[in-house]
Design a binder for this molecule. Sequence first.
Ligand code: P6P
Length: 334
Amino acid sequence: MAKKNQTLGEFIIENQAEFQYSSGELSRLINSIRLAAKVVNHEVNKAGLVDIIGAFGETNIQGEDQQKLDVYANEKFIQTLTNRNIVCGIASEENDDFIAINSLDEKNQNKYIVLIDPLDGSSNIDVNVSVGTIFSIYRRITPVGTPVTIDDFLQKGNEQVAAGYVVYGTSTMLVYSTGHGVNGFTLNPAIGTFYLSHPNMEFSETGNIYSINEGNYAHFPKGVKNYIKYCQQEEDDRPYTSRYIGSLVSDFHRNLIKGGIYIYPQTSKAPTGKLRLLYECNPMAYLAEQANGLASDGFQRIMDIKPTELHQRVPIFCGSRKMVEKAKEFMKNS
Ligand code: P6P
């Protein structure tokens, strides 16, 4: 049972038994993410002070300018997960292909793979808006001790064994689930310890915040336009409040605490949406459902989508159950 002010380390040990058949590997994996989060947090928090902002001069597979912090965060998480010899494979939103970890080494009996978006929303860094790290953990499906293959990474989201995010905001929080609800831990930077500050986080059944980039309105499908009009109607429970930070982790986190819906739909310019299924939508969908919310592509459950490539994009409607259901009704009837 989650107890307020418990440290993350104590929480992991206390809940070790919940990780069915785990040899403690998943605990060690969460611990390594905790370490990397503290290291990246230190750099994010001083980004304005040193010349670590500004495009690194390269672009990632998404064709996006890589901010130096993007590169730094990517290296730190990959290095931490590799050095501790905890996983057999890593895929990053910043990298073209997945990384096999000592797969040819028979002794590598590790059974987990990690997919990571090391610094989501990084375009907000140089305007001092919070950014986040998103991670997703699966068991490999190919035999232990053999090289991981693309199939290990193209599993449906409903095969995740854990997922979470770090939000580097006014305070730094690690929010994650291993399938037994969602718990939020806040970092005390003075001593470098995460404390359980938000036990058993849940979406309210409905809410009054909708998060979507309305600048794309002209390019939205009819169902999304009609849902936005519904949110803006003068009724007893509306108009809703529009809040959009432009940083998925921050928008999701606020809606998880206050209730709401985050939407990044398909548009005429981006027919499959913008967000990546493996690195953003599946982990956030896992958390949404663990927190009694929903996550859909407008028609089907995000976590039922069979991935076909590492960097594929899907539309996403996620958050409070009744709000996602209402949005789906508009999508269905459009
Ligand atoms: P737009 C950041 O690049 C991101 O992936 C999410 O964190 C964020 O919600 C979205 O894209 C913002 O996209 O097109 O509204 O700027």
